[in-house]
Ligand binder design. Structure first.
Ligand code: G4P
Length: 286
């Protein structure tokens, strides 16, 4: 698969994040619950160094509930607090600030001892494009101050968002690119639409997707499209096209339309809750 993707500006983003660190108490790392490995910027832990951090598994509504729990337990096992969050319904949003306060309780106590009282806790929200940062900030601040974009990579300038008298948030300065030189990572990012679609061939992408999902979640494909599992994923895409009336020139399958139907239905959760990655896969990846 030929994936053309050019990560400009990472050096600048790294510098901007490093500079922001002195202003903040905690980092909120947003990951996509369906793909916590691929949606993690590989340099972020090095950039934020020893700043306290909370992991938010966002879009948890689209991921397998059981696997979400596995991820939370995995993070717990490495002493990181993680929460499964759904910014659409607001699930677990109310647990974020109590968890943060608990994570930095020693620092807060030290501040009180020094006579620093009433200073808001400042958090930096980091995450790759399309992971849901703007939606998350809007939800948490309960207003529409952050600009949401419908395209990955919408640039946002540095801004503080006052949540209440106790908390302020800063959006990632610059764009935090994901890693994409590993084929699995690149594919997963494309499936979840974190990589711009036009740089990939969607037919090729959806064939790879079927090949993966027919092993991990065969019933989701069978139930949604009323098709059989076959050895050849291309044949399965044709079956999806046939079922959905994606036909051109009389009888030929419109593979492009079939691929779009499949990927769109996966992305909005109509294929059911599917996790692409489990903690078991982390060995050798991180
Ligand atoms: P970003 O700032 O990190 O780039 O992401 P943004 O908030 O713009 O969110 C990207 C898309 O993800 C938006 O959909 C948003 O509604 C969706 N989203 C964010 N959080 C959640 C969540 O918890 N659950 C679900 N199901 N969706 C979530 P969009 O505007 O339709 O964009 P797109 O999907 O067409 O790119």
């Amino acid at each position: 698969m030929n994936i053309q993707w050019y990560p400009g500006h990472m050096v600048k983003t790294k510098r901007q994040i490093s500079e922001s660190l002195k202003l903040i108490d905690v980092v909120i790392e947003l990951l996509d619950a369906r793909a916590p490995i691929s949606s993690k910027n590989p340099d972020i832990d090095e950039i934020i160094s020893n700043k306290p951090k909370i992991v938010i598994l966002n879009k948890a509504d689209l991921a397998d509930e059981k696997i979400n729990k596995e991820w939370i337990n995995f993070y717990k096992s490495i002493n990181i607090v993680a929460l499964d969050v759904d910014c659409i319904t607001g699930k677990n949003i109310n647990k974020i600030f109590p968890s943060i306060k608990n994570i930095i309780k020693n620092k807060l106590q030290k501040d009180i001892n020094k006579g620093i009282i009433g200073r808001p806790v400042r958090a930096l929200v980091v995450g790759i494009p399309n992971v849901g940062k703007s939606t998350f900030i809007n939800k948490i601040a309960n207003k529409s101050t952050a600009q949401t974009g419908d395209r990955p990579g919408v640039t946002k300038s540095k801004q503080w968002i006052k949540v209440n008298n106790e908390f302020e948030l800063m959006d990632t300065p610059g764009i935090l690119w994901p890693k994409f030189d590993d084929e699995m990572v690149a594919l997963h990012l494309a499936y979840i639409k974190a990589i711009k679609e036009e740089i990939l061939d969607i037919v090729e992408l959806s064939i790879k997707f079927i090949d993966e999902i027919k092993k991990s979640n065969p019933n989701n494909l069978k139930d949604r499209f009323k098709i059989e599992i076959k050895d050849d994923p291309t044949e399965m895409l044709k079956d999806i096209g046939r079922k959905r009336g994606c036909i051109v020139a009389g009888s030929e399958i419109d593979m492009y339309r079939a691929a779009n139907v499949l990927m769109e239905e996966f992305r909005i959760g109509k294929l059911g809750r599917i996790s692409l990655e489990t903690p078991n896969m982390i060995i050798g990846v991180e």
